[in-house]
Design a protein around this ligand. Sequence first.
Ligand code: GLC
Length: 735
Amino acid sequence: MEREQLQALLADMSLEEKIGQMVQLNASFLGNNDTLITGPMGTVSVDADEVKLCGTILGTAGADKLKELQKQAMEGQPHHIPMLFMMDVINGFQTIFPIPLAQGCSFEPELAKQGAQIAAKEAAAAGLHVTFTPMLDLTRDARWGRVMESPGEDPYLNSCFAKAMVEGFQGSSLSEKGRISACLKHFAAYGYPEGGREYDNVELSERTFRQDYLTGYQGAVDANCRMAMTSFNSLNRVPSTANRWLMRDVLRGEMGFDGVLISDYAAVEELIPHGIAADKREAAKLALEAGVDIDMMSDVYLHYLKDAVEAKEVDEALIDEAVMRILTLKNDLGLFENPDKDASAEDEKALILCDAHRQAACEAAVKTFVLLKNEAQILPLAKEEADGLLVSGPYADSRLLCGSWSFPSTYDNIPTIRERMTEAVSGQKITFTEGCSLFYDGEIVKDHTMEGMNPEQMEAAIAETVEAAKKAKNVVLCLGEYYTQTGEGSSRTSLQISQNQMELLRRVSEVNENVITVIFSGRPLEMTEIEALSKAVLYVWMPGTEGAKAITDVLFGEKEPTGRLSMSFPHRAAQEPLYYSRFQGGRPRTPQEPRGFRIGYIDIEYRPYHSFGYGLSYSTFNYSPVSLDSSEMTANSRITAKVTLTNTGNRRATETVQMYLRDVSGSVIRPMRELKGFEKVTLDPGESRDISFVIEEPMLRFVRMDMSVGSEPGRFEVFIGADSTTENGTAFVLK
Ligand code: GLC
C-alpha cells in the first residue's frame, strides 16, 4: 500500500480497533496449544472479541498453522488488517547457531550476518515476520545470566555485530522472500543491573551511559532496524518502559530510530510493581507517553487506553502515531498484499536443518571456540592415536548443546560428541564414560528439579573414569554449565561449574597428566583451577546443532580454533563487574609499583584472568613494532598504523589482529585501551604480511566534560596486538 492508503485506513479505524493493533498476546490466547511461553502470564484476561482485535501474536510458528491463524485473524478484523507473527529467533530458528556471546568471539560480523540470514529463511518459511533480536545490551558482569545473548563487553565490537545481524535478518527490503524484521533490544542498559541481579535497577552516569551503552544499539539503528524493545530494568530509577527521555528524546530524537517500539513481556503492567504507576490506567498513560507502540503480553493498553483517551487524559494523536508505525511495519513486510508472506510448508521442508544450514552452523561454531590453554601443544590430537583416548564428562554424550534462547522442535537431530568423534576415527575405538552428571539427582536449578546421579552413582562413575584414565594416553573431559544456568532469570553469584564436575577433573588429573578440558557455558566462568589441572582448555560456549562436529574437527586438527574472548574472564566472581577498557586511576599498579597503596585488591590480581581479545591458535605469531606514517594528525587528516605479522609456527593458522587506542589525557579520564579495529588474518607457516589500520579523527571522539561529543587535541597511544593487554604500541599527537 502507499502511505496515503495507510493514512486513509488509519482514519477509518475505530479507537478500539486502533488500540487492538497496539496489543500483543501469545498464541495461547488464540487457542494454540504449543505456544512458546517466555514470561509470566500475568493478569491478562481478555475475551474472544477482544482477542480478535489484537494486531500481533508471539510464540508460535509453522507455515500451515500461521496461514490458518492469519486467515482467522483477518476475518475477525473490521478492516481485515493482517496479523504480525513474532518469535525469539535469537541464534537460529531450527538450525541452531552458537549463542550470540560466542558469535562475538569470532570477531567476524559476517559470520553473524550469515547466521541471521539462515535463521530468517527458516523462520520466514515457518510464517514468522519479526524476530526479537539482536540483543545489544553491553555485558560487563558475568553474574548476569543474559550475557549469553549479547556479542559482549565492547561497544565497538557490539556495534559491528549489531549492523551485521540486522542486515542478515532484514536484507535490503523486508518484503524480500526470506527476510524478517529485526528488533534491537533491550533498550536500554539492561546488562548492568546492580550486583548482576536480574531485573534490578541500573545506575549509570549519563556520561558512561552515552559513552559505552548506546553504541551497540546505534549500530542497529544505523542498519535500519525496524523494531526496538524496551528493557525490564529501571535506568537511574526510571523504568525504561515509562522513560520518555530514553525513548522519545534519545532513541528516536537523537539516535534516529523510526520503527516500532514494543514493550518487553508484560513490562507495561510491571510499571505498577516498579512503583511508578499506581494502577493499570496510569501504566497505560506512562507507556504511551514514553512512546511504546505495542504492549506485549499485558491487557493494560487493551483495557485502559480507550477510557484515558475519552477522558482526555492522553492525546489520541499518540495512538495514531503508534498505529501508523505498526501499519507501516506490516506494509513494509508486504502483508497487505500477501498476508502469508513466505509461509510455505514446502519451503520449511526444504530449508529447515538442510545440509547447507547444518554446514554453516558447524563452521560458525568452529569460529567461536576460544583456546584458553594448550601446553606442550597437546592439541590437536592425532586421530591415529584415538585408541588411547578417553572421552568423559556430562557433555561427552549429550544433545543439549544449544543456548537457552534456542527452541529446536527436537534435540534428536543434534549429534553428540560421542557420535561425531566415533565417526571421525572410524575403525579405532575411543573409550567413553559418563564421568559424572551435571548435577546430583534432585538438585534445583531455576525452579526445576534436575535428574542426575545420587552420591553413590556419582562416586562409582568418577571411580570408573579414573580407572580408565590410568590406561589412557589423553583424556578429554567435556564439562560446563547447564544451558538454563544462563539466559533470562539466571543471574548467579558463583561462576563455577558444579563441584561434582570439579571432583571428576581433580581426580582424573591426579592419574593422567594429559587432560584436555572442553567447557560448555553461556558466560565467563572461573577457570583458574580448571586450567591448572588441564593441559589444554577449549571454551566452546553453547555451540548449537553442529557443535559436536565442530568440537571434533578442532580437537583432531581438521579445523583450528580462532576465537578471541569478547568478554573478560575473572579470577573469581567477586571481581565482577569486569571489563578490559578500564581506567588507570591515580595510583596505577605497575611492575615497578606492584604493591602498597595501588589500584586493585590485596588478595588477587585485579586485572582479568583472561582479558578481552584473548585466545590461542594452533600456531604462534610474531608482531613487529607498530609504525605510523605520521606522528601527527589533524581533524582533517589520517594516520595509518602498521605492523608486520608473521606465522612463526608450523601450521597454517588465523590470528585476529586487534588495534586499540588510548587517549592519554582528556577533559575526563579515558580508558587505557579501546578497541578501534580488528582484522582476521590467515597465514601459512613462515608467512609474513603487513596489516594496516587507518586512524581518523571520529575514532578519537568521546563524551567530553561538557557532555558534547568530540575529540580533544593531545597525545594518543596506538597498540596493535593479539589482545587487549598488548603493549606493542607507539604514540601520535592530534593537533
Ligand atoms: C522475554 C525477554 C525478551 C523476549 C520477550 C519475548 O521476557 O526479555 O528478550 O524477546 O520476552 O519472548
